[in-house]
Ligand binder design. Sequence first.
Ligand SMILES: O=C(O)CCC(=O)C(=O)O
Ligand SMILES: [Fe+2]
Length: 344
Amino acid sequence: MSKTNESSTMANAATCIELPIFDISQPLDSSSLYSLSQACKEWGFFHITNHGVPKNLYNKLSSLSNHIFSLPLELKLEVGPFSPIKTYTPHFVASPFFESLRVSGPDFFASAQASSTVLLNQQSSEFSEVLKEYGNKMSELSKRIVQVVLMSLLGEELDNKLYVSEFKKCHGYLRIINYTPPESVNREKEVEGLGMHTDMSCITIVYQDKFGGVQVRSKQGKWLDIKPSEETLLVNIGDLMQAWSNGKLRSSEHRVVLRRLVNRFSLAFFWCFEDQKVIYAPNEVVGGCEEHNLRLYKPFLCADYLKFREINSVGEEKFEKIGFNVKDFAGITGSDQITKSLKS
Ligand SMILES: O=C(O)CCC(=O)C(=O)O
Ligand SMILES: [Fe+2]
């Protein structure tokens, strides 16, 4: 495991953050658990290694996906936003340089097959087999990561009870992303492949290629490059986990910048609460709050937050509005807290 520090990179003159790396195949010792809790609190990002995803699985998925993205737009739109399937997001929705294909669990094979039957006109597809393997691996990894994050937050005795009662019904979906930079990338002026946002997940696991491009926004509002690290996956805390943990785990604003003329390929896996879950920080989490013993979020239905984000990210001003997050939706303001304490 390495330390967290900041250093300057010559290549792009941006500040780089080196996040800690955790060996997820082993139980974490107490000093690693402490580093993990610090990383989740300060950055909401960390790396994992020994994650069990073989390089050849990633390579296969990347080449099959490249083939899909190279298909004609009219064909891709047959699974696009106005189709019954709605798995393909074309350019100019998230950004002019971003397109993606969504594959949902728990039956990753069936979900991939629904798209590939239309796109590849195949009944039995290698693409669906590969996605089944990748999706199942990500689901297992997500469970393990949530467990270690809970352990770092609450200690070993509490985590299992809470894991079972709170996280057992989580589900995942994968977004396969192809970034196509403009013909000429001006190195002085960064091109945003994906604008500033927070994730709507509990946790997200990203497989990014060796060129990197993910940037995290510090608490002071400074953009920092997340140095890509060979053999590791990037994990970040999402909004659902930030609310559930009463703000102890940070869902950081992040974005993707494109600096090269080559396409950038990434796989983002989102592990989420079930739609019908009421998200409410348990007493065990709130009770230990050092600064104050107050809840920072009102209880809310998971599906309602997802709807709020959907509504606020469409329309003319979608790029500005991408900044709305769970604090805007369910955060308790100072005046709410005063009213609450006066009533009690
Ligand atoms: O493409 C990446 O590396 C990250 C994508 C991301 O942040 C997202 O899809 O939420
Ligand atoms: Fe993200």
